[in-house]
Design a protein around this ligand. Structure first.
Ligand code: BDR
Ligand code: CA
Length: 307
């Protein structure tokens, strides 16, 4: 089994990423850590706990992580995810509370304790991961890969920056400069995974509670994406990190160098994806170019049927 840590800010697509991960037998979820991003930290943490209840992840530790970016002022995304961070479906209050340990310390502990290398899947701002790598750089030796959602060759929060990277560029830079193997699901590939009307219809045909909730999440997410970006269907960005861990053959990736702009007057949080090797800088990431869209949705639908 591949051992994973989900570091997230649920978030509709983060929630669906947890749901996919919990359904896949080849993954072992060591822990879930949360970060402020789509909503404030208490909200994203409560949302993670609610999703754990939904899919019966009773024994997986859920730790509340960073409430603020490393140095910048926090900004959230209620226009996309609603005020709660997970608007749409009615989910019962969580049956348990979060752990006392800070999310970044949970990452450090779980990586150190694991007898096999761990894969970290960050699907929010990279604050917790940057903190963990700074406090305990020795954990790098036991990290198999960081498979993250963030960045791309264009933006969604500014003309050039994607939300997760933009929300904490200094943290993102630390992660990209860390030397740990990184796979990147940026907007170039996540915008191929659109939950269209047809997809939602397929989800709604599945007769179980988890699929019903996922259907409601997708309907809400699609409505804000229509409003903000005039998209027909919401891109389920974060879910691709989990899908990549279980079915890498669905992904066409390219070895590139990626740097993060932290200073630009207009471009802070931009990822510079050197697709053509013009900088001569060393490769530090695999970058997602193309998704087998049909294969991806089949994986998702099959997982939902198991609930
Ligand atoms: C990213 O930002 C959030 O809105 C989503 O959860 C995803 O992680 C997309 O830019
Ligand atoms: Ca997210």
């Amino acid at each position: 089994k591949r051992k994973i840590i989900l570091d997230c800010d649920p978030g509709h697509d983060d929630a669906i990423a947890i749901i996919l991960a919990a359904a896949r037998p080849e993954l072992e979820i060591l822990g879930i850590t949360t970060v402020s991003g789509n909503a404030e930290i208490e909200k994203t943490t409560n949302n993670a706990l609610k999703v754990c209840d939904l899919v019966s992840l009773k024994d997986v530790v859920v730790s509340k992580g960073a409430s603020e970016p490393l140095i910048r002022v926090r900004e959230t995304a209620p226009g996309i995810h609603g005020d709660s961070g997970l608007d749409g479906p009615e989910l019962p209050d969580p049956s348990r509370s979060w752990s006392d340990e800070h999310g970044s310390d949970t990452i450090i502990r779980l990586v150190k304790e694991s007898n096999e290398p761990v894969t970290i899947l960050p699907t929010g701002p990279l604050t917790n991961v940057a903190l963990a790598l700074t406090k305990a750089p020795e954990i790098k030796n036991n990290i198999e890969e960081i498979v993250l959602m963030g960045g791309g060759t264009f933006g969604n929060w500014t003309p050039t920056a994607e939300f997760n990277i933009w929300a904490d560029p200094e943290a993102a830079k630390k992660v990209f400069d860390s030397g740990v193997p990184i796979a990147v699901m940026g907007l170039d590939i996540t915008h191929q995974a659109l939950a269209t009307k047809e997809v939602i219809e397929q989800v709604n045909k599945i007769d179980n509670n988890v699929a019903r909730i996922v259907g409601e999440l997708l309907v809400f997410f699609a409505s804000t994406y229509k409003e903000m970006f005039d998209f027909d269907g919401a891109p389920v960005h974060d879910v691709l990190t989990v899908a990549y861990c279980v079915a890498p053959e669905l992904f066409k990736m390219k070895d590139v160098n990626i740097t993060v702009e932290t200073k630009g007057e207009f471009t802070a949080g931009t990822t510079l994806v050197d697709l053509h090797g013009v900088t001569g800088r060393e490769v530090n990431a695999k970058f997602g170019l193309e998704l087998d869209v049909e294969g991806f949705w089949k994986l998702m639908i099959d997982a939902l049927k198991k609930y």
